[in-house]
Design a protein around this ligand. Structure first.
Ligand code: GTP
Length: 161
């Protein structure tokens, strides 16, 4: 378990364990890559961030992840790999499952839900994310822990993106 205070002063707890806070969390957050580049979305209010959102009624978290990636990026998810889960001690509490996927396609759309569509990030995302145009969500330790998991556990120590 990792614990820290976010930019808004809320306590955030992150874990790589298998669904430690909820087996059916209300939120999902998906780290996506396509052709070796990170694919984020330009959220209209918060700035650049990885896609994600609320799980709708009757949907599984994996289904929600696929839908959010299509709505916010125009991307089709490949295998969705569970990375971990975090909770934000805001009222009411937010619990998010974090996934990684390699997109199988990325097709431009005339309209993106709540966002301006995909933004490709090249270079070191662990540094890029501190720029002003990135959302506060990207500055959390949750993103560092998730990216490090991908680099160490999935990319086998190779530094891709
Ligand atoms: P809507 O989707 O319009 O309801 O937006 P919202 O931001 O008001 O609702 P949401 O339930 O997504 O988030 C409520 C609050 O929880 C936010 O204002 C943040 O303070 C906090 N929050 C949500 N997601 C995250 C996250 O990923 N990280 C951190 N640190 N805080 C978050």
């Amino acid at each position: 378990m990792y614990q820290f205070t976010d930019k808004n002063g809320y306590t955030v707890t992150y874990s790589y364990d298998d669904h430690p806070f909820s087996s059916s969390p209300a939120h999902v957050f998906i780290l996506t890559r396509y052709n070796g580049q990170w694919v984020l979305t330009q959220h209209l209010k918060r700035g650049i961030e990885f896609p994600g959102g609320k799980v709708e009624k009757g949907e599984s978290t994996v289904e929600a992840a696929g839908r959010e990636v299509m709505e916010e990026l125009g991307g089709k998810v490949g295998e969705l790999i569970y990375i971990g889960q975090y909770k934000v001690d805001v009222e009411p509490e937010i619990i998010k499952s974090v996934y990684y996927t390699e997109l199988s396609s990325l097709t431009p759309k005339p309209h993106y839900h709540e966002t301006d569509g995909p933004v490709m990030v090249t270079g070191d995302i662990l540094k890029e994310r501190f720029k002003d145009e990135f959302s506060f969500i990207m500055k959390d330790e949750t993103v560092r822990l998730s990216i490090e998991y991908i680099q160490h556990e999935l990319d086998g120590g190779k530094s891709i993106g």
